[in-house]
Design a protein around this ligand. Structure first.
Ligand code: IPE
Ligand code: IPE
Ligand code: MG
Length: 246
Protein backbone atom coordinates (compact mmCIF):
# COMPACT_ATOMS: atom_id res chain seq x y z
CA UNK A 1 0.00 0.00 0.00
CA UNK A 2 1.25 3.47 -0.89
CA UNK A 3 2.05 5.58 2.17
CA UNK A 4 3.56 8.73 0.68
CA UNK A 5 2.07 10.91 -2.03
CA UNK A 6 4.33 11.02 -5.12
CA UNK A 7 5.68 14.46 -5.90
CA UNK A 8 4.77 14.37 -9.59
CA UNK A 9 1.98 12.87 -11.61
CA UNK A 10 2.90 9.79 -13.62
CA UNK A 11 2.72 10.15 -17.39
CA UNK A 12 -0.42 8.65 -18.93
CA UNK A 13 -0.28 4.86 -19.29
CA UNK A 14 1.10 3.71 -22.64
CA UNK A 15 -0.44 0.24 -22.42
CA UNK A 16 -3.68 -0.58 -20.62
CA UNK A 17 -4.97 -4.13 -20.15
CA UNK A 18 -8.64 -4.63 -19.37
CA UNK A 19 -10.30 -7.63 -17.72
CA UNK A 20 -13.80 -6.99 -19.03
CA UNK A 21 -15.82 -8.74 -16.32
CA UNK A 22 -19.44 -8.59 -15.17
CA UNK A 23 -21.45 -9.20 -18.33
CA UNK A 24 -23.36 -12.11 -16.78
CA UNK A 25 -24.22 -10.19 -13.60
CA UNK A 26 -25.32 -7.17 -15.63
CA UNK A 27 -27.85 -9.38 -17.46
CA UNK A 28 -29.01 -11.33 -14.40
CA UNK A 29 -29.56 -8.05 -12.49
CA UNK A 30 -32.04 -7.10 -15.22
CA UNK A 31 -33.74 -10.48 -15.44
CA UNK A 32 -32.13 -11.10 -18.83
CA UNK A 33 -30.22 -14.10 -20.16
CA UNK A 34 -26.42 -13.99 -19.73
CA UNK A 35 -25.85 -13.75 -23.48
CA UNK A 36 -27.62 -10.38 -23.47
CA UNK A 37 -24.89 -9.21 -21.09
CA UNK A 38 -22.23 -10.28 -23.58
CA UNK A 39 -23.97 -8.31 -26.31
CA UNK A 40 -23.89 -5.18 -24.12
CA UNK A 41 -20.32 -6.04 -23.14
CA UNK A 42 -19.34 -5.92 -26.79
CA UNK A 43 -20.86 -2.43 -27.11
CA UNK A 44 -18.84 -1.37 -24.06
CA UNK A 45 -15.67 -2.81 -25.62
CA UNK A 46 -16.30 -0.67 -28.72
CA UNK A 47 -17.02 2.45 -26.60
CA UNK A 48 -13.89 2.01 -24.50
CA UNK A 49 -11.68 1.26 -27.52
CA UNK A 50 -12.88 4.50 -29.10
CA UNK A 51 -12.36 6.39 -25.83
CA UNK A 52 -8.84 4.97 -25.38
CA UNK A 53 -7.94 6.01 -28.91
CA UNK A 54 -9.29 9.54 -28.28
CA UNK A 55 -7.30 9.72 -25.02
CA UNK A 56 -4.07 8.87 -26.85
CA UNK A 57 -3.51 5.43 -25.35
CA UNK A 58 -0.98 3.58 -27.52
CA UNK A 59 -1.86 -0.06 -26.70
CA UNK A 60 -4.95 -1.63 -25.19
CA UNK A 61 -5.30 -5.35 -24.47
CA UNK A 62 -8.87 -6.58 -24.12
CA UNK A 63 -9.41 -9.86 -22.27
CA UNK A 64 -12.33 -11.30 -24.23
CA UNK A 65 -12.14 -15.05 -23.54
CA UNK A 66 -9.88 -17.02 -21.22
CA UNK A 67 -8.47 -20.53 -21.56
CA UNK A 68 -10.77 -21.38 -18.62
CA UNK A 69 -13.94 -19.91 -20.17
CA UNK A 70 -14.50 -23.15 -22.15
CA UNK A 71 -15.92 -24.52 -18.89
CA UNK A 72 -19.11 -22.53 -19.52
CA UNK A 73 -22.27 -23.90 -21.14
CA UNK A 74 -21.73 -24.53 -24.86
CA UNK A 75 -24.58 -22.11 -25.74
CA UNK A 76 -22.76 -19.28 -23.95
CA UNK A 77 -19.38 -20.19 -25.49
CA UNK A 78 -20.92 -20.37 -28.98
CA UNK A 79 -22.62 -17.02 -28.48
CA UNK A 80 -19.37 -15.34 -27.39
CA UNK A 81 -17.50 -16.84 -30.39
CA UNK A 82 -20.24 -15.50 -32.66
CA UNK A 83 -19.90 -12.04 -31.13
CA UNK A 84 -16.13 -12.08 -31.57
CA UNK A 85 -16.58 -12.90 -35.25
CA UNK A 86 -19.13 -10.14 -35.66
CA UNK A 87 -16.85 -7.69 -33.83
CA UNK A 88 -13.91 -8.47 -36.09
CA UNK A 89 -16.02 -7.91 -39.21
CA UNK A 90 -17.95 -4.86 -38.12
CA UNK A 91 -15.04 -2.94 -36.63
CA UNK A 92 -12.90 -2.83 -39.74
CA UNK A 93 -14.30 0.54 -40.89
CA UNK A 94 -13.71 2.00 -37.45
CA UNK A 95 -10.14 0.65 -37.45
CA UNK A 96 -9.52 2.11 -40.88
CA UNK A 97 -10.90 5.54 -39.96
CA UNK A 98 -8.85 5.68 -36.76
CA UNK A 99 -5.74 3.86 -38.05
CA UNK A 100 -6.19 1.20 -35.38
CA UNK A 101 -4.01 -1.86 -35.71
CA UNK A 102 -5.58 -5.08 -34.41
CA UNK A 103 -3.35 -7.73 -32.87
CA UNK A 104 -3.90 -11.01 -31.09
CA UNK A 105 -2.73 -12.84 -28.02
CA UNK A 106 -3.81 -16.31 -27.00
CA UNK A 107 -3.87 -19.88 -28.15
CA UNK A 108 -4.90 -19.52 -31.79
CA UNK A 109 -4.89 -23.25 -32.54
CA UNK A 110 -7.54 -23.90 -29.91
CA UNK A 111 -10.05 -21.57 -31.58
CA UNK A 112 -12.68 -22.56 -34.16
CA UNK A 113 -11.21 -22.38 -37.66
CA UNK A 114 -13.62 -19.66 -38.86
CA UNK A 115 -12.57 -17.39 -35.96
CA UNK A 116 -8.90 -18.10 -36.68
CA UNK A 117 -9.42 -17.01 -40.29
CA UNK A 118 -11.26 -13.86 -39.24
CA UNK A 119 -8.52 -12.91 -36.76
CA UNK A 120 -5.72 -13.58 -39.26
CA UNK A 121 -7.52 -11.52 -41.90
CA UNK A 122 -8.11 -8.58 -39.53
CA UNK A 123 -4.48 -8.62 -38.40
CA UNK A 124 -3.37 -8.56 -42.04
CA UNK A 125 -5.77 -5.81 -43.10
CA UNK A 126 -4.79 -3.50 -40.22
CA UNK A 127 -1.05 -4.33 -40.12
CA UNK A 128 0.00 -1.00 -41.65
CA UNK A 129 -2.18 1.22 -39.44
CA UNK A 130 -0.05 3.38 -37.16
CA UNK A 131 -2.57 4.55 -34.55
CA UNK A 132 -3.52 2.75 -31.37
CA UNK A 133 -2.92 -1.00 -31.24
CA UNK A 134 -5.77 -3.15 -29.90
CA UNK A 135 -4.63 -6.56 -28.71
CA UNK A 136 -7.48 -9.07 -28.53
CA UNK A 137 -6.88 -11.70 -25.85
CA UNK A 138 -8.97 -14.64 -27.01
CA UNK A 139 -8.51 -18.18 -25.69
CA UNK A 140 -5.85 -16.46 -23.64
CA UNK A 141 -4.23 -17.70 -20.44
CA UNK A 142 -1.08 -16.25 -18.90
CA UNK A 143 0.15 -19.72 -17.99
CA UNK A 144 -0.60 -21.02 -21.47
CA UNK A 145 1.31 -18.10 -23.05
CA UNK A 146 4.36 -18.86 -20.91
CA UNK A 147 4.20 -22.59 -21.73
CA UNK A 148 3.90 -21.83 -25.46
CA UNK A 149 6.89 -19.48 -25.20
CA UNK A 150 8.89 -22.11 -23.37
CA UNK A 151 8.13 -24.73 -26.03
CA UNK A 152 9.31 -22.36 -28.78
CA UNK A 153 12.43 -21.52 -26.80
CA UNK A 154 13.28 -25.19 -26.29
CA UNK A 155 12.88 -25.87 -30.02
CA UNK A 156 15.42 -23.19 -30.92
CA UNK A 157 17.59 -23.20 -27.81
CA UNK A 158 21.29 -23.54 -28.13
CA UNK A 159 21.80 -22.59 -24.51
CA UNK A 160 22.55 -24.57 -21.40
CA UNK A 161 19.60 -24.44 -19.06
CA UNK A 162 21.65 -22.64 -16.40
CA UNK A 163 22.16 -19.73 -18.83
CA UNK A 164 18.44 -19.07 -19.46
CA UNK A 165 17.52 -15.42 -18.96
CA UNK A 166 14.21 -13.55 -18.73
CA UNK A 167 14.70 -12.38 -22.29
CA UNK A 168 14.91 -15.97 -23.58
CA UNK A 169 11.29 -16.44 -22.48
CA UNK A 170 10.15 -12.88 -23.19
CA UNK A 171 11.14 -12.95 -26.85
CA UNK A 172 8.84 -15.93 -27.47
CA UNK A 173 5.76 -14.40 -25.86
CA UNK A 174 2.93 -13.55 -28.25
CA UNK A 175 3.83 -9.86 -28.74
CA UNK A 176 7.35 -9.26 -27.43
CA UNK A 177 7.54 -5.82 -29.08
CA UNK A 178 4.63 -4.45 -27.03
CA UNK A 179 5.64 -2.80 -23.74
CA UNK A 180 4.33 -4.35 -20.52
CA UNK A 181 0.96 -2.96 -19.44
CA UNK A 182 1.32 0.05 -17.15
CA UNK A 183 -2.21 -0.34 -15.90
CA UNK A 184 -4.52 -3.34 -15.62
CA UNK A 185 -8.18 -2.50 -15.11
CA UNK A 186 -10.70 -5.02 -13.85
CA UNK A 187 -14.41 -4.20 -13.93
CA UNK A 188 -17.04 -5.86 -11.70
CA UNK A 189 -15.16 -5.89 -8.43
CA UNK A 190 -13.14 -9.13 -8.28
CA UNK A 191 -9.61 -8.80 -6.90
CA UNK A 192 -7.84 -11.41 -9.02
CA UNK A 193 -5.93 -11.71 -12.28
CA UNK A 194 -7.87 -14.74 -13.61
CA UNK A 195 -4.76 -15.75 -15.58
CA UNK A 196 -4.40 -12.40 -17.44
CA UNK A 197 -0.93 -11.25 -18.56
CA UNK A 198 0.91 -13.08 -15.77
CA UNK A 199 4.37 -12.40 -17.20
CA UNK A 200 3.78 -8.94 -18.65
CA UNK A 201 1.76 -7.73 -15.66
CA UNK A 202 4.48 -8.35 -13.08
CA UNK A 203 4.70 -4.62 -12.27
CA UNK A 204 1.42 -3.33 -13.66
CA UNK A 205 -0.65 -1.03 -11.49
CA UNK A 206 -4.03 -2.60 -10.82
CA UNK A 207 -7.32 -0.73 -10.77
CA UNK A 208 -10.46 -2.57 -9.74
CA UNK A 209 -13.82 -0.94 -10.39
CA UNK A 210 -17.12 -2.15 -8.95
CA UNK A 211 -18.89 -1.10 -12.14
CA UNK A 212 -20.00 -3.99 -14.36
CA UNK A 213 -18.38 -3.99 -17.79
CA UNK A 214 -21.51 -3.23 -19.89
CA UNK A 215 -21.96 0.00 -17.86
CA UNK A 216 -18.47 1.33 -18.67
CA UNK A 217 -18.25 4.77 -20.28
CA UNK A 218 -15.36 6.98 -21.35
CA UNK A 219 -15.50 8.76 -17.97
CA UNK A 220 -14.75 5.45 -16.19
CA UNK A 221 -11.62 5.01 -18.28
CA UNK A 222 -10.62 8.61 -17.52
CA UNK A 223 -11.12 7.99 -13.77
CA UNK A 224 -8.97 4.84 -13.95
CA UNK A 225 -6.20 6.75 -15.75
CA UNK A 226 -6.33 9.65 -13.27
CA UNK A 227 -6.13 7.17 -10.39
CA UNK A 228 -3.13 5.49 -12.04
CA UNK A 229 -1.35 8.82 -12.49
CA UNK A 230 -1.39 9.40 -8.73
CA UNK A 231 0.44 6.16 -8.00
CA UNK A 232 4.10 5.77 -7.25
CA UNK A 233 5.72 2.99 -9.25
CA UNK A 234 8.82 1.60 -7.62
CA UNK A 235 9.65 -1.61 -9.49
CA UNK A 236 11.20 -2.96 -6.32
CA UNK A 237 13.30 0.11 -5.53
CA UNK A 238 12.99 2.03 -2.28
CA UNK A 239 10.24 4.59 -1.63
CA UNK A 240 10.89 7.87 -3.42
CA UNK A 241 13.15 6.27 -6.02
CA UNK A 242 12.56 7.60 -9.52
CA UNK A 243 12.89 4.14 -11.14
CA UNK A 244 10.57 4.01 -14.11
CA UNK A 245 10.27 0.66 -15.75
CA UNK A 246 12.58 -1.86 -17.27
C1 IPE B 1 -16.99 -11.39 -18.68
O1 IPE B 1 -18.24 -11.42 -18.09
C2 IPE B 1 -17.01 -11.94 -20.08
C3 IPE B 1 -16.31 -13.23 -20.22
C4 IPE B 1 -15.66 -13.86 -19.27
C5 IPE B 1 -16.33 -13.83 -21.54
P1 IPE B 1 -18.76 -12.67 -17.29
O2 IPE B 1 -19.57 -13.52 -18.23
O3 IPE B 1 -17.67 -13.39 -16.61
O4 IPE B 1 -19.71 -12.00 -16.25
P2 IPE B 1 -19.96 -12.42 -14.73
O5 IPE B 1 -18.63 -12.43 -14.06
O6 IPE B 1 -20.58 -13.78 -14.77
O7 IPE B 1 -20.87 -11.37 -14.20
C1 IPE C 1 -11.97 -13.23 -16.66
O1 IPE C 1 -13.27 -13.26 -16.19
C2 IPE C 1 -11.92 -13.56 -18.12
C3 IPE C 1 -12.44 -12.51 -19.01
C4 IPE C 1 -12.88 -11.35 -18.65
C5 IPE C 1 -12.39 -12.83 -20.41
P1 IPE C 1 -13.92 -14.57 -15.56
O2 IPE C 1 -15.31 -14.23 -15.20
O3 IPE C 1 -13.71 -15.73 -16.44
O4 IPE C 1 -13.02 -14.77 -14.26
P2 IPE C 1 -13.35 -15.53 -12.90
O5 IPE C 1 -13.91 -16.87 -13.24
O6 IPE C 1 -14.33 -14.68 -12.15
O7 IPE C 1 -12.04 -15.59 -12.17
MG1 MG D 1 -16.86 -13.17 -14.74
Amino acid sequence: MKNTAPAEKLPAPVHIGIIMDGNGRWAVNRGLVRTQGHLEGLKAAKRITKAASELGVKYITLYAFSTENWKRASEEVDFIMGLIKQYLRSEFDFSKRNHIRVRFTGNMEGLPVDIQKEITETIKQTAEFDGMQVVLAINYGGRDEIIRALKKFIQTAEKKHEDITENDIHRFLDNPDIPDPDLIIRSAGEYRTSNFLLWEGAYSEIYVSQKLWPDWEKSDLETAIENYQKRERRFGAETGNKASGF
